[in-house]
Design a protein around this ligand. Structure first.
Ligand SMILES: [Zn+2]
Length: 232
């Protein structure tokens, strides 16, 4: 028994969702689950196949990226998770995948245009694509700087991480987050579907218009607004 068992279990369950949802291949991808009061998160160990994972194998790390408990090396992307937890105080789950369609948009260095109501059910803006990282950042503390690349882009674009829970990092792949690891995984799956739909939309009509404001507002607010009426 450890005081970290609850986040180990939550990180394990969330990580196991990634292959089930078709969001990862081999050991690609990682999910973490944080406990804000304890100031730590549980994250997948590096390079361990999904079928060999267990809750006990999740590594406990603090918001500065130091391993607190666990016998395995944490995911190579751990420092990106740590930086985001440290500065974005309302999130307790983060996911990173190289899911095919979202990654294709990231590699194309394009934000995903808001074409339809599936997109608008989740956010009112294009899914942002941060620019590729500078040589300086890449040669430096790369995974740590990836977190800053994301946060700096949100600041520059005036985006609120509580409303836009996903980003593409140019040339790389998506990151998503949320109040729980489960919500962050949900956001990764939504992103992948929206990315696929947007690609098909452009293939069918390369002049497809953005969704009109009235529909963006309607769909977002019926799920998220003060008078939301979606669900039970
Ligand atoms: Zn990656």
């Amino acid at each position: 028994m450890s005081k970290y068992d609850h986040i180990r279990l939550s990180a394990y369950n969330a990580n196991m969702q990634l292959p089930k949802l078709g969001l990862v291949l081999f050991t690609f991808g990682n999910v973490s689950a944080a406990d804000r009061e304890l100031g730590v998160f549980a994250i997948k160990p590096s390079g361990v196949p999904y079928e060999d994972l267990s809750p006990e194998k999740m590594v406990i790390v603090d918001f500065d990226g130091n391993t607190i408990e666990g016998g395995l090396r944490p995911s190579s992307d751990t420092k990106t998770h740590a930086v985001l937890y440290k500065h974005w105080e309302d999130i307790s789950g983060i996911v990173h995948t190289h899911s095919t369609y979202a990654t294709a948009w990231a590699q194309s260095q394009r934000s995903i245009p808001i074409f339809g109501t599936t997109h608008a059910d989740h956010l009112t803006v294009d899914i942002p694509c941060a620019p590729p990282m500078s040589d300086e950042m890449i040669k430096g503390n790369y995974e740590y700087e990836t977190g800053f690349q994301i946060m700096d882009y949100f600041k520059e674009q005036g985006l609120d991480y509580k409303e836009v829970e996903m980003v593409l990092v140019g040339n790389h792949a998506p990151f998503t987050w949320g109040k729980t690891a489960e919500k962050a995984v949900y956001n990764s799956a939504v992103l992948e579907t929206v990315a696929q739909m947007a690609l098909l939309t452009e293939q069918i009509n390369n002049n497809a218009p953005r969704l009109k404001d009235a529909l963006i507002k309607k769909h977002y607010e019926r799920k998220h607004g003060p008078d939301s009426y979606y669900g039970q």
